[in-house]
Design a protein around this ligand. Structure first.
Ligand code: ADP
Length: 468
């Protein structure tokens, strides 16, 4: 049930709700003492003690590893309810109250929660489990039907005690109205509750036959929990992707507008004013560089589209790596900012690579341009070397570097580093994604080695062309 986690995930301050947690903790404490006294009087059989211990272990595990259930927007859901309700139906209210206490105390103490929270959550579990056992007892008539009805009634009793108490503590500490909050809680938690109630009934009926037979439930339960986790992870990735896409639209609009404004401004000035030749030349240069920036941006967007729709199959032929690299580096040198230098270092002789020359050029241009764009000063080295049947291309800069945690992510579509690290350098987060897809399509690998403040080295390897 989505209970204790609701409280946890909503960062409720329990101290602001003393009026709820203290009575709940006290009532739980009194019930627990009564339960222990009752168990001591009954003197449990060895068989029952083992059964209870097994259920407590299962409930504790379920409580410690809650499952995020899609559509239940109240944090993760603990499946401990199943085992506590089953325990209450089979072993009675006293055993259930002790089991509820042990489950919550073990998990909450393990998590080092503040005392008020441990006391409240334990109180809730003791009261809910005790109530479940007391209600289930009324249905026990020795028949299978009585057992099943008892389990359903126990589950309902657990829910009826649990959810209002949680709603009470949350509404109290937030100072909001109780009734509407309770209503929305019930709406959110009812479906998982119904599923857990059914599982509790199945568990009780199986357990009645033999606790060993009940072990068959472990498989489906684990599979459901793992599947839910997987779905939740996949949907979270989609949500993140959607967010990045929105951000991308904002970035692209901005990136389109900036060069367009410059081009427009320069063209208007040229048209309206009498300017000397050098000023005219300056404005024409602005127009051409900004237009190039625009076309570069549009190219990137078109490439992503082409790659995503599988329309970008490379045409692989033998390519001379050194000639192509020098061509790219020479082109980069023509517009290098002051304080930056680029050099090519290489093994000789270098074998030809099996690549699409245009796509290979595109990857190199992108990596060299990133090195120029992000490092701004220092030395850029482009190295070529042969490595076990491949040719390795590395572009090394002395720029700001990239933290380890981001080194995989920068190759994702739209992903850009924290703007503080990139200091307002324009970009869309598409370049490295395009590089990775192109290198993959040419049967190569691409990666980065970097540390903040220590520059970055982007490398990729392509297979050597087979002599024909
Ligand atoms: P863009 O440069 O358009 O933002 P890229 O996909 O080329 O997109 O790069 C993704 C991110 O990786 C960049 O936003 C930047 O934060 C980081 N990055 C790429 N190259 C470098 C580099 N040489 N040095 C530091 N950071 C880099």
């Amino acid at each position: 049930m989505a209970h204790t986690h609701t409280v946890r995930s909503s960062r409720v301050r329990l101290d602001a709700s003393v009026a709820v947690w203290v009575p709940v903790a006290l009532a739980g404490g009194v019930t627990l003492i009564a339960a222990i006294a009752s168990l001591a009087r009954e003197s449990l059989s060895w068989h029952d003690s083992v059964g209870i211990a097994l259920l407590v272990a299962a409930a504790t595990l379920a409580e410690a590893f809650p499952v995020p259930i899609e559509g239940v927007a109240v944090g993760s859901t603990s499946l401990a309810t199943i085992f506590l309700v089953a325990g209450a139906t089979i072993y009675g209210w006293a055993a259930a109250a002790v089991a509820g206490f042990l489950t919550m105390a073990l998990v909450e103490l393990g998590r080092r929660r503040p005392f008020s929270r441990v006391a409240f959550n334990c109180g809730v579990y003791v009261l809910a489990s005790g109530a479940a056992g007391a209600v289930a007892d009324r249905f026990q008539d020795g028949t299978l039907l009585g057992l099943a009805l008892g389990a359903i009634a126990a589950a309902i009793a657990f829910y009826v005690v649990n959810v209002p108490l949680l709603a009470a503590v949350v509404t109290r500490s937030r100072g909001v109205a109780f009734a509407p909050s309770l209503f929305s809680y019930v709406q959110l938690t009812f479906v998982p509750f119904a599923v857990m109630a059914s599982l509790a009934v199945i568990l009780v009926v199986l357990w009645d036959r033999s606790p060993f037979v009940a072990v068959v439930l472990v498989g489906p339960l684990l599979a459901t929990a793992l599947y839910q986790r997987w779905i939740h992870g996949a949907l979270n990735r989609l949500r993140e992707f959607d967010r990045l896409k929105d951000e991308f639209i904002a970035i692209v609009s901005h990136e389109l507008r900036t060069p367009l404004t410059s081009v427009y401004g320069a063209a208007m000035t040229l048209e309206k004013q009498q300017l000397d030749e050098s000023r005219q030349h300056e404005l024409l240069e602005i127009i051409s560089t900004e237009a190039a920036r625009l076309s570069h941006l549009l190219d990137d967007i078109l490439w992503v589209n082409r790659l995503d729709s599988g329309r970008a199959r490379p045409h692989i032929t033998p390519v001379e790596p050194l000639a192509l690299t020098e061509e790219v580096v020479d082109a980069a040198r023509t517009h290098l900012p002051d304080g930056l230098s680029v050099e090519v270092l290489h093994d000789s002789p270098l074998p030809q690579v099996a690549a699409d020359a245009d796509r290979l050029r595109q990857v190199l241009v992108n990596l060299v341009e990133n090195a120029v764009k992000y490092s701004r000063a220092g030395r850029i080295q482009v190295r070529l070397g042969s490595h076990y049947g491949t040719v390795r291309f590395s572009v090394r800069d002395e720029g700001p570097g990239i933290p380890l945690s981001q080194q995989e992510r920068i190759f994702e579509k739209f992903y850009r580093l924290d703007p503080n690290m990139t200091r307002g350098v324009g970009g869309t987060g598409l370049g490295l994604y395009i590089c990775r897809e192109l290198v993959d399509a040419m049967n190569g690998d691409i990666w980065v080695e970097s540390a903040p403040g220590a520059g970055s080295t982007f490398s990729f390897e392509l297979p050597v062309a087979r002599a024909s």
